[in-house]
Design a protein around this ligand. Sequence first.
Ligand code: ADQ
Length: 758
Amino acid sequence: MRYNSIPFVCRYTAKKTMKRIIGSILFVILVASLITVTFTVNQVNQEEKSLQTDLQYRSTLVADSLRESVEPNFINKSNTYLQNVVERFATKERFAGLAIYDNKTATVAASAAIPPNDKQITTIVSEVMDADKANGDFVTLPSGKVYIFALPLHDTKSVVGALMVAQNASYIDSRLFAIWRNNVIRLFTQAFLLSLAVLMVLQWVIYEPVRALVFSLKAVRNSSSEPSERKLPNNPFLRPLAVEVENVRRSLSEANVRAQVEARLRLEKLDTPWTAERLSEFVKDIVKGRKIYTISNREPYIHTKENGITQYHVPASGLATAIEPMMHACGGTWIAHGSGSGDREVVDAHDRIRVPPDDPKYTLRRVWLTEKEENGYYYGFANEGLWPLCHIAHTRPMFRKEDWEAYKAVNGKFAEVVLSEIKDVHRPILFIQDYHFALLPRMVKRARPDATIGLFWHIPWPNWESFSVCPYRKELLDGMLGSDLLGFHTQLHCNNFVDTVGKELESLIDWQQFAVVRGGHMTTVKPFPISIAFTDTSVAARGEGYTLGKEFDVMKSMPHVAIGVDRLDYTKGILERLQAIDLFLETYPAYRTKTLFVQIAAPSRTKIKQYKEFEHEVDAAVSRINKKYQSGSWQPILFSKRLHTHEEIDALYRESDVCLVTSLHDGMNLVAKEYIASHRDEKGVLILSQFAGASRELRDALIVNPYNIAEVSDAIREGFEMLQSDQTRRMRKMRSLVKEYNVYRWSAEFLRSMIKLS
Ligand code: ADQ
């Protein structure tokens, strides 16, 4: 019933609107008519007055000049002469006639056009003679309207007759009529043009733009996949409305996409669990013999040479943590910067090595960079420019020209290596990682359009205003749009990216598909929340039975243990966390001597000044707090600043009641997921920053604003005091979520999306 009434309501509203428009136009015309009539009346009156005055003046002149010749002949009774004068003048222009009367208003001489004994004329003549004063008036004769002017004739003593001049006055009416006619024609023309103008303005300024807005909303509502051809209004009058509708439209689009993703996830839920074996099978099945290449800056295994001994280690990197399982599952080649001091020694003639070194599963192809290249491209442009630019964590991004040149050159160098690796490979699949290679997709795509290219951006994408400070933004965006699939952790990052492209580059944006078309090439933008290698057996197999070193013995004797695991990076909110710990111990003194905060921190990007300073600040804060609360042999913070193995970290997670993730901004944050995965006992509490991508999924964590020190401090207490049952309820939910959407599934989804597009 409600549905059926909608078209009626629309028609009714349209009818009503049309009536209002017509009413408005009529009102405008009415006002214009009133103005025109008032002006015309005024003009006609003035013109009439002026024409009459002119006629009266001319009549007086003629009568006065005639009197001089008529008066003597009138007294001498020279009637024939008078008749001649009358007839001669009567033929002149505009003269309707002349007549001379005696003092009894009897005609002495008259031109032919003057009707004899006309009452109107004789009345005027007689009044003139009685008053002995010239006068005139308008009368209507059978020949038309005339002006009668009479003046008295005298002998030496008195009035003896009168001279009458009749002038044609019908031209005055014609002139006045012409004024009226012209003004009425002007009025109608104006009214017509005005109505036309109003209709055109309504059409162009209101109707068409509003139709475009309605159309765009309708397209989203109907889930149309076609990009809107209609341009949204740009006129200042409708701009605020257009912006608002655009926002609504985008929200609807996003909601649609989210709904589709959720529906897909619901359907695929049956498909879980994903494991390395399953991913391997899936890859073989879906890839159908095509070769897969991963490209990243950080290599998964770093060989170092110390005291003549070459060893390798796994770097502390979220990216390596996530991609490694996929490479294990699908084989292929991983191309990365060979940064270790022992890297060159272990590669073959083609700079390749099979890894993991103990149980080879795939090929690692190392790319060599000079120190200058590494300084400019990695430390300079990527980590002093793009990293703070995308994280918005109050560290100013630095964009140096020479860093940018190095960034371009290194992207070019990687492009050469990639192209040489895929030289004889048909339709290769390239999975490029992160913000170090924004230019690489375009470089490779240009040379090898048959390659399917996916780029995953592991860090956040800021809003357009923040990103727009980058002087090389257009080149970066264009480079990224060389990929077929572009992945971010969250929908918000996708939205920010597409919005940025819309404002920076000539391109067509398909909000429905979340894709950007530029130069005929389409890049699909999608969220792929990254995860960890969590399966029923994986974590157990890794960390179970691992014995922690002496360094951590103290953990066992503490009733309350909280842990933080981070690269030493200013975006991770470590200083804010330390402030919260300080406040916690201050506010809740009962916890002193019974609580231990373990902070695991891998030194990172130590060549960069901000990172060095940050490390010193963290050192200083830890010392200060430890000193402030030290009691006997007890210190509240155990700070372990070095690289740890995954097994060691897993064991540390398990020993901790609370895990603190207080990033100021983070793409995802794998530590949060690792902590959950390690707690097979379903105990433990995760305190998670609302600014980490993980907070979108892990709703059962204690979500905090890391800038709100008091809130974090209270969350620590809440974590320590949380009932076991509550911990289990939350942990169970989060564990099943992370297990369900683990990194195998993440890889599978990304690969599947890439292959669908190729
Ligand atoms: P990262 O900023 O490196 O990753 P994160 O996701 O927290 O951040 O991963 C860090 C990894 O390093 C974890 O696996 C952790 O266990 C490990 N790690 C931390 N400290 C360590 C130490 N001392 N020794 C050894 N290992 C240590 C970027 C983005 C993230 C995103 C990932 C993956 O910044 O937001 O989650 O990529 O996309």
